[in-house]
Design a protein around this ligand. Structure first.
Ligand SMILES: [Zn+2]
Length: 328
């Protein structure tokens, strides 16, 4: 089925992504994305980013060092989300088929449509990572009810690759807990919110609690536990190749949920008030380096770890003074 959209905005946004893709500092995989939507005031915005080394990482480690077992780069799609004012119901254009981790972040950010440049399917990256895209990324966005289109720029054609079934709406079984708490942040309130979250989620569950503010400077407590990407059932296991590499899974860990979820809800996290019950993964910490502020992570003093925890990445970033860590 081929259709020509009346709305050519996705084509214009794709042009923005294509315009900057060669400026990606990555020597071999150059990817760009452009995210467009409406901000808290109802004004249109468009944000374009390439995959890149966050400035903090590049200054402290250069581009060759690894952060634990991870590359220090942040992906273009995720970089767009964390630069955006409000991502709920936004759309994203990408130059290449996206990876399962970005797929989960796109879902968590509340994005409603993804557009992929048709030339992206012909590149080397697509050949190398095509399996993960077809078996995991597509499924993650499909289950979340997100539409995916292919864009053929020169003919101004936008054609669906995968559309949600009519009327399909996955249930949100584990939404964040967001409570307005007043006009001021304080350590006392932060600690009370941590205790409340421990009771709700259970002390052994991976979860995050943060204080955040909205556009009116009202303060909120915002908390997330780790969960399966929306619409993915508990018994589902990753596609065989992904499992073999143990590179991707269907769970979104709490710190990633916080970063994406805050942008979904137009909330700005206070960098001094973030608590994690478990040590985060290297990937989450690298994404956090894409944020402007230096964060203080309050961690449970029992130093709990999940399978994906990276105490090594935590120590590297702490030593480089790119984040502060307090065990409480
Ligand atoms: Zn990605």
């Amino acid at each position: 089925m081929t259709s020509i959209h009346d709305d050519l905005l996705p084509i214009a946004a794709m042009e923005r992504a294509v315009d900057i893709v060669l400026s990606s500092p990555h020597p071999t995989s150059k990817v760009a994305a452009a995210l467009f939507g409406r901000d808290q005031n109802g004004d249109d915005y468009i944000i374009a980013r390439t995959n890149h080394w966050p400035e903090k990482i590049e200054k402290a480690f250069g581009t060759d060092a690894r952060i634990a077992d991870s590359s220090g780069t942040i992906h273009a799609e995720t970089a767009c989300i964390i630069a955006a004012p409000l991502t709920k119901d936004a759309s994203i254009c990408v130059t290449d088929p996206f990876c399962p981790n970005c797929a989960k972040n796109i879902v968590e950010a509340g994005i409603k449509a993804v557009y992929i440049d048709h030339k992206g399917f012909k590149k080397d990256f697509a050949a190398r990572r095509g399996h993960d895209f077809e078996n995991m990324s597509l499924k993650i966005v499909e289950r979340a009810g997100i539409a995916i289109f292919e864009v053929i720029r020169k003919d101004k054609i936008i054609q669906p690759i995968q559309l949600p079934k009519s009327g399909y709406r996955p249930k949100s079984d584990n939404p964040p807990l967001i409570n307005e708490i007043g006009l001021k942040t304080s350590t006392k309130i932060f600690k009370q919110e941590i205790e409340k979250a421990k009771k709700i989620y259970g002390e052994d569950e991976p979860f995050v609690v943060a204080l955040s503010r909205d556009k009116h400077d009202h303060i909120f407590s915002i908390s997330f536990s780790a969960h399966r990407s929306r619409g993915i059932r508990n018994e589902e296991t990753p596609a065989p190749a992904a499992k073999l590499e143990d590179k991707y899974n269907y769970t979104i860990p709490p710190l990633n949920r916080l970063m994406m979820g805050a942008h979904k809800h137009g909330q700005c996290v206070s960098p001094d008030y973030v608590y994690l019950s478990h040590i985060p993964s290297a990937r989450e910490l690298i994404n956090l380096m894409g944020e402007q502020d230096i964060y203080t992570l309050h961690l449970d003093k029992r130093k709990n770890e999940t399978k994906y925890a990276s105490p090594v990445a935590l120590a590297q970033l702490q030593k480089a003074k790119l984040l502060k860590v307090k065990f409480i």
